[in-house]
Design a protein around this ligand. Structure first.
Ligand code: PAF
Length: 286
């Protein structure tokens, strides 16, 4: 190949010493995309956003045991590592950190647990006790190890996004958190690694989450509805009509996730439900 054109090569970093050594050789800003692998179109958008921010794009692929409850799908969570690495290479990712659990959580270390109580008590935090403590622990580790200038997170996990933004703000981490819009299937279903658990019929019903969010948007924007409980009830009915068992439907302050007496400013509609054995979540800023 003629000179002058540098093709980035993907650096695989399975251990912390390898990561640290490679990190020392990098002097341009890093844009990090933390993931649990099973990369789908939504993750690819995160990588594209990271590439817009820097030529040095790192992806972490780590199914974090600390954020799964004892009855959750840790063992069966998909781990198609070869496909994930091929996707990273195709997209021009420069480094992938893909450690084993024992590398991240060596048995001899004493756990330090972080919490953002005002944001994490309800919704996913209530349904998955300890989940956000596990998310904060691993994300702070990833930030400390990779020392990125930017970190890209999808808006699909809105509560997680707010928890991470709060952690970065309160702990003065020198990282810009980049919000990336939710990537959706043609019928509006938010892309998620867990969608692959849905059967054919369930997959069709799953569009009900997005329909419920659209109904909330119509109620607020077109009909001028301002009463959160009325909007929440309509969302819940839409889920039930799609055979989705509601976990929560809520209209909240988009930053604090606090309850609102009235809708008179942008709000976030948060929604989650069960379809067969699969738990699905989504949200919309309205
Ligand atoms: O959103 C995810 O995939 C995970 O919660 C994250 C942020 C990679 C932490 O394990």
């Amino acid at each position: 190949m003629s000179g002058g054109c540098k093709i980035p090569t993907l650096q695989l970093l399975p251990t912390i010493p390898e990561l640290r050594q490679h990190r020392r050789s990098i002097d341009r800003p890093i844009a990090l995309v933390p993931t649990m692998g099973a990369l789908h179109e939504g993750h690819l958008r995160l990588v594209e956003e990271a590439k817009r921010l820097s030529d040095e794009v790192w992806v972490s692929i780590f199914v974090n045991p600390a954020q799964f409850g004892p009855k959750e799908d840790l063992a069966k969570y998909p781990r198609p590592i070869e496909d994930d690495l091929a996707a990273c290479e195709r997209l021009g990712v420069t480094a992938v950190f893909n450690p084993e659990p024992g590398e991240v959580y060596p048995p001899e270390t004493i756990p330090v647990l972080l919490d953002v109580p005002s944001l994490s008590g309800e919704f996913e935090g209530a349904h998955r006790p300890g989940h956000f403590v596990g998310v904060c622990r691993v994300v702070l580790k990833l930030f400390n190890l990779c020392q990125p200038r930017y970190a890209c997170f999808g808006q699909k996990d809105y509560q997680q996004l707010r928890v991470i933004e709060a952690m970065v703000g309160d702990l003065n981490l020198p990282i810009a958190v980049q919000r990336v819009a939710t990537t959706r299937e043609a019928d509006g279903l938010a892309m998620s690694s867990r969608n692959r658990y849905l059967g054919e019929e369930e997959r069709k019903q799953a569009a009900g989450l997005y329909k419920a969010l659209q109904l909330a948007k119509q109620l607020i924007e077109d009909d001028g509805e301002t009463d959160p409980p009325i909007i929440e009830r309509v969302m819940e009915q839409a889920l039930v009509a799609h055979k989705i068992e509601p976990d929560y439907c809520a209209v909240r302050h988009p930053e604090t996730l606090a309850r609102l007496d009235m809708v008179r400013q942008p709000v976030v509609a948060l929604i989650a439900g069960r379809l067969g054995g699969v738990r699905l979540l989504d949200n919309l800023i309205i």
